[in-house]
Design a protein around this ligand. Structure first.
Ligand code: SF4
Length: 351
């Protein structure tokens, strides 16, 4: 008879620094200066994580996850398009760009009351964060009073607020902060080196500048990227390293799987490899241990098994609702069934 061998868990590599502690926003100045001299993560460390055997990477990511979060809680957000289409930017994946003919009907900014009615419904469905997205290069100053009223109204319902409106000036950031905005979303999308293959109407630095402006005003940052733009693993490593090495890493890191939309430059192409996507989630979790890593666009094309592996890799936030701005999302009933199957619970609001 064969003797039973005790399984040996894979070792966590010391040099991968799974327990990196992220600085708080109040550490910003000191850490910013320090960061210039010594980035929190070096490129070879990030590349080494991507090169780990899949099981070792997942074990390491899940270990980091458990040290910082309840592994069975997932934060639930809802996203609403408050101004659709007609955007002056030319992001190659986006059906809201005015540069591409995708058949999408552009619309003006929604009235405040309608946004608040939608937010009320989202709250009843279990959302604790309400995200509002406007397809702009940057909003006009005349739009700011209405945007501020949306933020204040949603906050009064007891939900966290998030907006994504494009580039912001200092005074626009100040208006949103005063209205009570909790998070501002501004994705870096991909690596700096690959950026001009995706969008040419702005630079990577423009993106980083708005993120810095938002951070300095004391608004939490939500910033992540998209997998499937034609980038390679090195670009994914660079993108995550950029985010993790910001003076204060984003509190929320959405990782999107490209939804190909006909009529956009990235509308045709191969599907993203599931394992590559899950690895990106795992590396994001290890690099930014205390951030919410959000499994964002593309979930409707993922199997339950793939989503379960993403949660195992450290994803702990999703968008709930049948629509994500203008593209389809997994249905609410499917998500409820998936949560029940996996024993997941919505994360309560920490306020
Ligand atoms: S800035 Fe936003 S809305 Fe405008 S084209 Fe890019 S992704 Fe689309």
């Amino acid at each position: 008879m064969l003797a039973k061998k005790r399984p040996v868990p894979p070792k966590i590599k010391k040099d991968a620094r799974p327990m990196t502690v992220q600085p708080s926003a109040s550490d910003l100045t000191a850490s910013s200066e320090k960061n210039l001299a010594a980035p929190r993560w070096r490129r070879e460390e990030v590349v080494r994580l991507f090169e780990l055997p899949f099981n070792d990477l997942l074990f390491q990511a899940q270990t980091v996850h458990r040290e910082n979060f309840d592994p069975n809680e997932v934060q639930v957000s809802t996203l609403l398009s408050i101004k659709t289409g007609g955007c002056a930017e030319n992001c190659g994946y986006c059906n809201q760009s005015a540069h591409f003919d995708t058949g999408l009907d552009a619309s003006k900014m929604m009235e405040v009351e309608r946004v608040l009615a939608e937010a009320r419904q989202a709250k009843e469905a279990g959302a604790t964060r309400y995200c509002m997205g406007g397809a702009w290069r940057s909003p006009k100053d005349r739009d700011m009073p209405m945007l501020a009223a949306m933020v204040t109204g949603v906050r009064e319902m007891g939900m966290e607020t998030c907006m994504t409106l494009g580039m912001l000036s200092d005074s626009q950031v100040a208006t949103l902060k005063e209205a009570g905005l909790d998070y501002y979303n501004h994705n870096v999308d991909t690596s700096e080196a690959y950026y001009d293959k995706v969008v040419t109407t702005r630079t990577y630095q423009d993106r980083l500048d708005t993120i810095e402006r938002v951070r300095e005003a004391g608004i939490h940052v939500c910033s992540g990227g998209i997998i499937g733009l034609g980038e390679d693993e090195g670009d994914r490593a660079d993108m995550l390293m950029t985010l993790a090495n910001l003076p204060v890493p984003p509190e929320s890191v959405p990782i999107n799987m490209l939804i190909r939309v006909k009529g956009t430059p990235l509308g045709e192409g191969d599907n993203v490899d599931s394992i590559e996507f899950i690895k990106t989630i795992a590396v994001a979790r290890i690099l930014m241990p205390t951030s919410m890593v959000r499994l964002s666009a593309g979930r409707q094309a993922m199997s339950d098994e793939m989503q379960a592996l993403c949660f195992m890799a450290g994803a702990n936030s999703i968008f709930l609702g049948d629509k994500l701005l203008t593209t389809d999302n997994a249905s609410v009933s499917h998500d409820e069934a998936l949560f029940a199957k996996l024993g997941l619970r919505p994360m309560p609001l920490a306020r």
